[in-house]
Design a protein around this ligand. Structure first.
Ligand SMILES: [Zn+2]
Ligand SMILES: [Zn+2]
Length: 215
C-alpha cells in the first residue's frame, strides 16, 4: 500500500498546484488545495475510480480554495483547515476584492486542525506540521518522505508574509526551526511551482542561504 501522486494540476490565475494523492491498493484519495477547475479534478477522480476521503487546505488564501465547495459536494470528503486560518476563510470577500476576483463558494470545514494531529490510514497516513508565517494557520502536510508545503516553502523561494496576519519572523522560525530540520531526502511539493527536496533548498534556496543563515 503505497502513496502515489496521481496528478498535479496547476490551475487558476495564480497557477496554484492541486495535488491528487491515492493509495495504490485501496484507491482511497486525498486532494490538497482544490484551487480551481473542479470539473478537471473530478474527472481524474472518476477516471481512476478514486474515493476521496480528505480535502486538505494548506491555508485559507483565496487562490487555494476555488473548487473546494464543488469537490466536497461531489465527494463527501472531510475538509481540514488549521484553526488559526478560520478568520481568513470567513473573510473571503476581503481577499477577493484585493485581487479583483469574484467570491468563491465556500462550504463547512469539518476538522479544525492543530500541529501534530495524525489522520488517514495505509498509504495515506499523514500528520500536520503547523508552520505559521505566510498566514497564521499555514500548515504543511507530512506523508512518509513527502512534504506538501503550501505557500511556506517553494523551490528557490519562501512565502510572502505581507498579507493578512502574515509574519516574516514567524515564517523564518517555521523554516529554520522546523522544516529545515527535516531529512534532506524528503521531497517537497509546494503550493506553486515545481517540486524540490529539503536538502536542495538548504543548499540552493537564496532566501534560506543568504537571509536566514547569514542575514
Ligand atoms: Zn497563500
Ligand atoms: Zn498560493
Amino acid at each position: 500500500m503505497a502513496l502515489i501522486i496521481r496528478d498535479v494540476l496547476p490551475v487558476g490565475l495564480f497557477q496554484t498546484n492541486v495535488y491528487i494523492l491515492e493509495d495504490d491498493v485501496t484507491k482511497e484519495a486525498i486532494v490538497i488545495d482544490p484551487a480551481d477547475e473542479a470539473s478537471r479534478i473530478l474527472k481524474i477522480i472518476n477516471d481512476n475510480e478514486l474515493t476521496v476521503k480528505y480535502i486538505l487546505l494548506t491555508h485559507a488564501h483565496i487562490d487555494h480554495i476555488g473548487a473546494l465547495k464543488e469537490l466536497k459536494d461531489s465527494t463527501g470528503a472531510k475538509v481540514l483547515l488549521h484553526k488559526e486560518d478560520v478568520f481568513l476563510y470567513e473573510n473571503m470577500h476581503l481577499q477577493s476584492s484585493l485581487f479583483g476576483l469574484t467570491d468563491p463558494l465556500v462550504t463547512d470545514i469539518d476538522l479544525l486542525i492543530e500541529d501534530g494531529m495524525e489522520f488517514g490510514q495505509a498509504g495515506l497516513k499523514f500528520h500536520v506540521i503547523h508552520t505559521p508565517g505566510h498566514s497564521p494557520g499555514s500548515v504543511c502536510y507530512y506523508f512518509p518522505d513527502k512534504l506538501f508545503s503550501g505557500d511556506t516553502l517553494f523551490k528557490n523561494g519562501i512565502g510572502r508574509s505581507d498579507l493578512w496576519g502574515g509574519s516574516h519572523e514567524l515564517l523564518v522560525e517555521s523554516l529554520r526551526g522546523i522544516l529545515l530540520n527535516l531529512d534532506d531526502a524528503i521531497e517537497v511539493y509546494p503550493g506553486h511551482g515545481p517540486s524540490t527536496t529539503i536538502g536542495r533548498e538548504k543548499r540552493d534556496n537564496p532566501f534560506i542561504t543568504k537571509e536566514m543563515w547569514y542575514g
